[in-house]
Design a protein around this ligand. Structure first.
Ligand code: SF4
Ligand code: F3S
Length: 108
């Protein structure tokens, strides 16, 4: 499956959800998660993300590997809802798109 990684945090552009044929994106306050059990590996969401946050679980860099489990866990979070329609990105998306280390800011 494909998973959402760190660069999505505080940006949440949501271009990805508009193209997913499985609607398997789930929304939290400042991050999106893919349910990896629903993802069919079509990869159409990958080029849609302006910050290249979506990566194949098998190609993910070692330091981002924990995002695979994190996507699974957060997609089942009781407060996270399935998101199907694109919406405005978070207000400071342009600023946060320049920042690499954002995991401590993840809200669940
Ligand atoms: Fe959806 Fe395809 Fe992206 Fe998986 S790879 S999240 S099925 S668009
Ligand atoms: Fe996040 Fe990129 Fe989608 S920033 S919401 S993975 S388009």
């Amino acid at each position: 499956p494909f998973v959402v990684t760190e660069s999505c945090i505080q940006c949440k552009y949501t271009d990805c959800v508009a193209v997913c044929p499985m609607d398997c994106f789930f929304e939290g306050p400042n991050f999106l998660a893919i349910n990896p059990d629903e993802c069919i590996d079509c990869s159409v969401c990958v080029p849609e993300c302006p910050v290249n946050a979506i990566i194949g679980a098998s190609e993910i860099a070692e330091e981002q590997k924990h995002f695979v489990e994190l996507n699974r866990t957060l997609s089942h979070h009781p407060d996270w809802k399935r998101i199907k329609l694109q919406q405005e990105p978070l207000p400071d998306h342009a600023k946060w798109a320049q920042v690499d280390d954002k995991i401590s800011l993840l809200q669940t």
